[in-house]
Design a protein around this ligand. Structure first.
Ligand code: COA
Length: 259
């Protein structure tokens, strides 16, 4: 039987999704993208899951990009039709719970864009990032200009997307492309620790906080502050919001149920 290209393990409210195509450096072919999108959608609906983590199997890569061999066989019309469909990057960016990316080795092209769609990125010291599309006569087409520029600023985004150069983990950390830098092989462990810290809290509050922060990139400040106020009030009137405040006053741990 063929090895599964995606693996899922759920423990203590944390879902760990492993991209498992190590002989192709976890390159994202169409089948993997579709499966990953279905899996992410499933995790969004699963109340036992509070936080998700993506990482790559094998020694060498998180994801070495979209599967370039598929580009070669595709017409421009077929490519447009694919782009008109909902995409895995949209599913990850729209995931209503915290979603973290644990990166080691190559994180290129669509792999880097997948990491950019996540809420937080943890890299180990082997991680190497690039938007390498320019080398193919292409440009990033899944957030590698837009999300990248919002995360690291337009200057660094220009440099990354126009040079196609690889940047190492230290530099990625320095320019804010990743939020955490850890020793070799510790990326998944660190991501799990972070996920566990988030999984303690109200799923309602996590969802609302995420929504509010993401809106910061799509709205003027005044509209963003209005939205934040409304979302605060939604948290305030949730059962979990009442429980959290009551537990503090009663000097006990809160029991958050996600309502
Ligand atoms: N799409 C399809 N297959 C890919 C791939 C990709 N993006 N990246 C790696 N692979 C495949 C290789 O073709 C090779 O398959 P094979 O063993 O059947 O020949 C296998 O993964 C291992 O890669 P290999 O190139 O032998 O490893 P390496 O250590 O010598 O080089 C890279 C690593 C990342 C530098 C090199 O694989 C590479 O340049 N990959 C493409 C990067 C890229 O352009 N990404 C997309 C940007 S849009």
């Amino acid at each position: 039987m063929a090895e599964e290209t995606l693996k899922l393990a759920v423990e203590d409210g944390i879902a760990v999704v492993t991209l498992n195509r190590p002989d192709k450096l976890n390159a994202l072919n169409r089948a993997v993208r579709r499966e990953l999108m279905e899996m992410v959608d499933g995790l969004a609906e699963d109340d036992s899951v509070r936080v998700a983590i993506l990482h790559g199997a094998g020694e060498k890569a998180f994801v070495a990009g979209a599967d370039v061999s598929e580009f070669a066989a595709r017409s421009p019309g077929e490519q447009r039709a694919l782009y008109d469909e909902r995409r895995v990057y949209d599913a990850v960016a729209g995931f209503p719970k915290p979603i973290l990316c644990a990166v080691h080795g190559y994180c290129l092209g669509g792999g880097s864009e997948l990491a950019l769609a996540c809420d937080l990125r943890v890299a180990d010291r082997t991680a190497r990032f690039a938007q390498a599309e320019i080398r193919l006569g292409l440009i990033p087409g899944a957030g590698g200009t837009q999300r990248l520029a919002r995360l690291v600023g337009p200057g660094q985004a220009m440099r990354i997307a126009l040079s196609g150069d690889m940047i190492d983990a230290e530099e990625a950390y320095r320019i804010g492309l990743v939020e955490f830098l850890v020793d070799e092989g510790r990326h998944l462990e660190r991501a799990r620790e972070l996920a566990a810290r988030m999984a303690r809290w109200s799923p309602v509050a996590l969802r609302l906080a995420k929504r509010s922060i993401r809106a910061a990139f799509e709205t003027p400040l005044s509209a963003g502050l209005e939205l934040e106020k409304e979302l605060f009030l939604a948290a305030f009137s949730s059962e979990d919001g009442r429980e959290g405040v009551r537990a503090f006053v009663e000097k006990r741990d809160p029991d958050f149920r996600g309502r």
